[in-house]
Design a protein around this ligand. Structure first.
Ligand SMILES: Cc1ncc(COP(=O)(O)O)c(C=O)c1O
Length: 449
């Protein structure tokens, strides 16, 4: 059933009562947050966590699909630390390997066997990976990828899409969640996010799934564009899939224009499939970036790519550096995560897809039956739910979603013991079982009643 956001039912998840109820059972978190704000800027370690309602919660432990907060409330968790804990919280084998490695050494700043083991697991499973290099965050490997593209082509610009997130360094934090007013004021130019950034002169921005805009960008800036970068499934803004043929089109036009195609697989990597979005959609980029799930919950990221580009790193032509790169603690976790996911690849990913579909369809069915206008987008273990008439095809369409209503829904779920991200994204891990999904759908029934 589809109605416009303006005609959603009147009850709207009883937000005031839900907020009061959450307040009553999370006083330990509230006290800690107030204390943290005195010494930690904004009370959180990354700005995105500040948006939590009614305030950021404090957690004591996690196991499998559950998190437990400092007030002993247990939650079924669909945030998965914003993506990394693909095997669930504190998987035993990862915890044991980390502990064993810690006793042998925290970091060497030198070579060790785990580097080779993990590099081989990555090159065996990622189609574009002739070789890889390591860092600690997605932001860093995006930076290396764009630097490689500039070095390989001798060109300084790159093309990105509206609403795609590629980390928080100056040159990529552009056209990500601009407000409608900012977009209007920009008259189509890239909108930098936040104050203090370098001007985004090197960026050309197009709408996701719009071939004509990409062609126009190359017609205007062709000789200057070193790369096209995208989230192959637009996970950060509505989990919007590529339109049929769109990734193939990007592959073709970048080849023709002698620019690189970069897939930012920080979310899709090891989540859509073992080979990430490039296996799932059968389009092979020149370079691909990995973070989140690849480290199984530890700080670890990787750039994978074709030899003719990665050789620029191997020869020292392009700088790749980092004191803690390839540290054995992160690599011990990555090795277990990659082995676990690849051991039974077919079953792992078909289960993730089946459970993701069951949860997603259940959410839609229950909310629609209560008269809510709701749409979902995404693939298997990562999808997005929005209160809007039909699934968005690009970031601008997503702006029509009723974000406040979603936030009220997430608050009601929190009160029912289900933790969901504030932006509408849902992540599944291999630790979520069918009972968890049934429990969640029963909680959704109560939240929507
Ligand atoms: C697609 C994508 N690229 C890059 C990044 C940046 O990764 P990190 O937060 O590890 O720096 C993120 C983080 O959410 C992401 O989702």
């Amino acid at each position: 059933m589809h109605t416009s956001p303006a005609t959603q039912p009147a009850a709207l998840f009883h937000a005031a009562e839900r907020e009061q109820s959450v307040h009553a059972k999370t006083s330990g978190s509230r006290r800690r947050y107030q204390r943290a704000c005195q010494s930690l800027a904004g009370g959180v370690s990354t700005g995105m966590r500040r948006g939590a309602r009614p305030y950021p919660l404090y957690f004591e432990s996690g196991y499998g699909s559950h998190l437990v907060d400092v007030d002993s409330n247990s939650y079924l968790d669909y945030t998965l630390a914003w993506g990394p804990t693909i095997l669930g919280h504190a998987p035993r084998e990862i915890a044991e390997q980390i502990a064993a490695q810690a006793l042998r050494g925290l970091t060497f700043g030198a070579q060790h066997d785990l580097e080779i083991d993990v590099a081989e697991l990555l090159t065996a499973n990622i189609p574009c990976a002739d070789s890889v290099c390591f860092a600690n965050s997605g932001t860093e490997v995006v930076q290396v990828a764009l630097r490689l593209a500039r070095a390989a082509t001798g060109r300084n610009k790159y093309l990105k899409f509206e609403g795609h997130y590629h980390g928080w360094q100056d040159t990529v934090l552009v056209s990500y969640h601009p407000s409608p007013k900012e977009r209007e004021a920009s008259r189509g130019r890239p909108v930098p996010v936040g104050a203090g950034q370098l001007p985004p002169e090197s960026v050309v921005v197009a709408e996701w799934n719009d071939r004509r805009q990409v062609e126009a960008a190359f017609a205007t800036h062709g000789g200057e564009i070193s790369a096209v970068i995208c989230e192959p499934l637009l996970a950060n803004s509505g989990c919007i899939p590529p339109a049929p043929g769109f990734l193939e089109f990007l592959r073709e036009i970048t080849r023709r224009e002698q620019a690189l195609l970069i897939f930012d697989e920080v979310i899709t990597g090891f989540r859509l499939d073992l080979g990430g979005a490039q296996s799932f959609y059968h389009v092979t980029p020149d370079l691909a970036t990995y973070g989140k799930a690849v480290g199984g919950g530890l700080p670890f990221s990787a750039l994978a790519g074709k030899a003719r580009y990665m050789d620029l790193i191997a020869s020292g032509t392009v700088v790749h550096a980092g004191t803690l790169n390839g540290n054995p603690i992160s690599l011990a976790a990555a090795k277990v995560a990659l082995r676990t996911l690849s051991r039974d690849r077919v079953a792992v990913y078909s289960d993730l897809r089946r459970r993701g579909a069951k949860l997603r369809q259940g959410l839609e069915r229950i909310l629609a039956s209560r008269g809510y206008s709701v749409a979902t987008n995404g693939e298997g273990a990562v999808f997005h739910l929005a209160f809007m008439e039909r699934p968005a095809r690009n970031y601008r369409e997503l702006l029509a979603a009723d974000q406040r209503l979603y936030s009220d829904f997430a608050l009601a779920l929190l009160d029912e013991g289900v933790l969901a991200l504030p932006d509408g994204r849902w992540y599944l891990s291999t630790a979520h079982n069918d009972d968890d999904i049934d429990y969640t759908l029963a909680a959704v029934e109560r939240a929507a009643s």
